[in-house]
Structures are given as structure tokens and as C-alpha cells.
Design a protein around this ligand. Sequence first.
Ligand code: ZN
Length: 291
Amino acid sequence: MEEIPLWYWLAVFFVTGACVGSFYNVIVYRMPRGISLINPPSHCPLCKKHIPLYLNLPIVGWLILRGKSACCKQPISVIYPIGESLCGLLGALALYAATGFTTDFTAPVQNIEVWADALALFWLLLGIYPVSAVDFKYKLIPDSISVGGIVAGLAISFIPGGMTPVQSLVGALVAGGGLYLLGFVATKLLHKDAMGFGDVKLLAGFGALMGFSRAIEILVVASILGIIVMVPYAKIAERRAAKKASSKKSSQNEDEEVSGQIPFGPFLAFAAPFMYLWGNTLLEWYFSFLE
Ligand SMILES: [Zn+2]
């Protein structure tokens, strides 16, 4: 493993990311239709014919078929290979960022700590899409990402060089427990649900991946991002509601739409890989104003 050059590993991370993207495509198609993710195996949604594995390969399958299904020649949306390519790029970016954006692609990866960072970033970057999409649509965060993050963090902590398993465990407990307490207090004060338990588990995962202090910083950055996005959004929603109310007697449905809160998960999911990479830089920049 010591002699394998970086470019090779970047390709491996790209392919792995593209496979994750391909799996996302399956989830996006099957979940809303109530079809199991494993059974039946891959089949054409139009003529129900089985799709052989080699035509199911991410990106490559679509290119071989030139965007038409092999069985019934129906067009396959270009969205699929684009999504897979983006996930592949995010996967490669995870490793590339972990090397500190080196320019030497032929040198092998020497530092073992790079792998811990690369795997953590892989998890965080590829988690942005499912966390955001599911939270927007269903107002919940999938356990496979949040609880999965705790498991991934603990597993990665066994790679020497980064956090120890104890630090990872404490990170998960303090970050998750802290947010839970905060939500509990806020709920008592505001007399309404202030924090979803999905957010608590997600932050616990961040704590397991990068320690509790960084997880708390992510919470702060995500809250600031949330306010920056939310204030204009609320204004627009308000104006739209006013327009609708004046144009016709509005139904209850529209009122619901307006009052629907923006989920917090996407902000956490975006802030996490950013803070993993540039948390220290951001803090230095921030503290330079206080001196
Ligand atoms: Zn077909």
C-alpha cells in the first residue's frame, strides 16, 4: 500500500462515491413508491425486465446505453449519471482535501492520519444530500446517516493518528447530550417542540467524528447560516401569503404551507464538512477581530 500513488486512490474514492450516488438514485426512486431497496433486484421500471449488473454500473452503464434502456429503448434521464458523477467528485474531494490539496499526485499517501480524515470527510460530504433531501421532504433525518455517523466516527477513531476511541465516544455523548438538553430547555420555555431528535443524533455523529468542541462550533455556524437563509425566506413567504389572501379567500392548505418551518438538518449537514476542513481557519479569523 505504501507504493500506490495518490491518483490511484483518488480514482478509488471517485468510483466509491459514484456507487453511493447510484444507490441514492435507487432510494429516490423506490422510497416514495414504497418499494423495498433490495427486493426486487434492479429492474426496468417500464417493462419490468431484469437489468444486468454491468449495465447498472454508475455513469458507465448510462454511457454504454447512450441514455436509452437496453430492454425497451426508453430514454433514461441524464440526471442519473450527473448525480453519480457529482457524488464521485465529492468522494474524490474527500481524499484530496484530506491530503491538504497536495499537487503531487504520483507520490503515495504517507501519513496514516490522511485516511482517517478522508473517510470522515467522505461520510460528511456524501451525507449532505440525503440529510437535506429527506429533512426537507419528510422533516426527519435518516438514522442511517445520524446513528451511522456515530458508528462511523467510532470506527474511524481506531485508525491511529486522529482522535482516540475514548475522545470519539465522549464527543458523541457531549455533543448529542448537550443539544438534547438545549432542546429540552427551549421546549419548556417556548412551550413547543424546539429541537428534533434527529438533529440530536446527527450532532452526536459529528461529535464522534471530530470531537465535541468542533461539533458545538458546527451547531453555532449552522444556526448563523440558518438565520441568514431563514430571515429572507420568511419575508418572501409572508409576502406570498399576503398576496394569496388578497387575491382569493385562502384555504387552510395554504396557511399550513406558509407556517411550515425550515428544517435545521441541511444547515448542520453543510456546516459539518466545511468546519472539518476550515474550522481552525475560521476560528483564527474570528479571534483576530477580538485582539
Ligand atoms: Zn424496459
